[in-house]
Design a protein around this ligand. Structure first.
Ligand SMILES: Cc1cc2nc3c(=O)[nH]c(=O)nc-3n(C[C@H](O)[C@H](O)[C@H](O)COP(=O)(O)OP(=O)(O)OC[C@H]3O[C@@H](n4cnc5c(N)ncnc54)[C@H](O)[C@@H]3O)c2cc1C
Length: 302
């Protein structure tokens, strides 16, 4: 869905929402890859009610909507996104509350902060996700995982808005978590309640620190402009799969797979989104040809 180019912000959104929205705003600064075109409209809501009304206005005007967390898993095409991007990194979704064995985390909270908070309170279940970039919302919608355990396994319930901006709470079962997937697409996650397990703080801290160091050491060190485009197929690591097919370091223009950690795609100085897309296609084709594995894309393409 897109609206005619002549349509302006004031044609689409109520006056008291217009101060939250910028027109033709760059997205690259909000993305780990640091590339890609602008958003036709970019909203930075600071209250939940504003998110709901933005969704409602977009729906009424048949304007396509995308939700942006911390941008570690999104590639925006050169042409940009012709619709409304709602950024959820702001104060509306940035709360962390512990009650008993439960943590309620706003969708915009950094996943690492949620892990650190729970470890400090002696609650286990999120510590293995420390150091994975991104927000709680982004992690839950994509069922982020590490060390063989996914985030969905500790979700109790999720507060969401639907495309009309109506609020509801859904259970972990309704969220349909499976390997690096959920059925939450199309919903806006506002906050997530996690059910955790009481554990010894010292042991949890040690485990978390060990994993954190390990994760940092196994990332490309010379750039922060990286993404992990593929999902590890069941019982196999993308890293091994790509290495064994001889594709480590493969380059397309100014984009390459890292040499020692080829599960990462690295955007160099003059990288473009088209180059990223071409490299991803080449890798998928070669891996399929040589190993018979059809790599599933993790990266969201806008
Ligand atoms: C260096 C690196 C290492 C990584 N390691 C891992 C790993 O070990 N395990 C793993 O699982 N992943 C890993 N990832 C992938 C990435 O970190 C996760 O997918 C992360 O959870 C995405 O969160 P985000 O806030 O950055 O989402 P974004 O990149 O902002 O968005 C990703 C998708 O989620 C949607 N989304 C975001 N927030 C919301 C919301 N509140 N409501 C609805 N939809 C939303 C977006 O619309 C988009 O479709 C890694 C990525 C990088 C760059």
């Amino acid at each position: 869905m897109s609206v005619p180019p002549s349509t302006t912000l004031s044609d689409l959104f109520p006056q008291d929402l217009q101060h939250l929205i910028g027109e033709n705003q760059p997205l690259n600064e909000s993305l780990w890859l640091g590339i890609g075109g602008p958003a036709r409209f970019l909203a930075e809501p600071v209250e939940i009610d504003q998110i709901s009304r933005l969704l409602n206005a977009a729906h009424e005007n048949e304007l396509a909507v995308r939700i942006l967390g911390h941008g570690s898993n999104v590639l925006v095409r050169e042409a940009g996104f012709d619709g409304l991007v709602i950024s959820l990194g702001g104060p509306a979704t940035n709360h962390l509350e512990i009650s008993g064995n439960r943590l309620k985390a706003g969708a915009g909270v950094k996943l690492t902060h949620a892990a650190i908070k729970t470890v400090g309170e002696g609650l286990g279940g999120l510590e293995h996700l420390v150091g994975i970039p991104g927000s709680v919302g982004g992690a839950v919608v994509g069922n982020a995982s590490a060390e063989g355990r996914d985030i969905g396994s500790v979700v109790h319930s999720i507060d969401v808005l639907d495309e009309l901006g109506s609020a509801k709470t859904i259970s972990a079962e309704e969220a349909g978590f499976s390997h690096r997937k959920s059925t939450l697409d199309g919903l806006v996650i506002l906050s997530v309640e996690f059910e955790l397990e009481p554990k010894d703080v010292t042991a949890l801290t040690k485990r978390m620190q060990k994993l954190w160091i390990h994760r940092g050491q196994h990332r490309p060190s010379d750039t922060s402009r990286i993404v992990m485009p593929f999902i590890d197929p069941d019982s196999m690591s993308t890293r091994e799969l790509i290495s064994s097919t001889g594709l480590s370091g493969l380059r397309e223009g100014d984009v390459s797979l890292d040499i020692s950690a080829p599960q990462y795609l690295v955007a160099h100085e003059n990288a473009t989104s088209d180059q990223c897309l071409r490299l991803i296609e080449r890798v998928r084709e070669q891996v399929l040809l040589q190993s018979g594995v059809d790599l599933r894309l993790n990266l969201q393409i806008w």
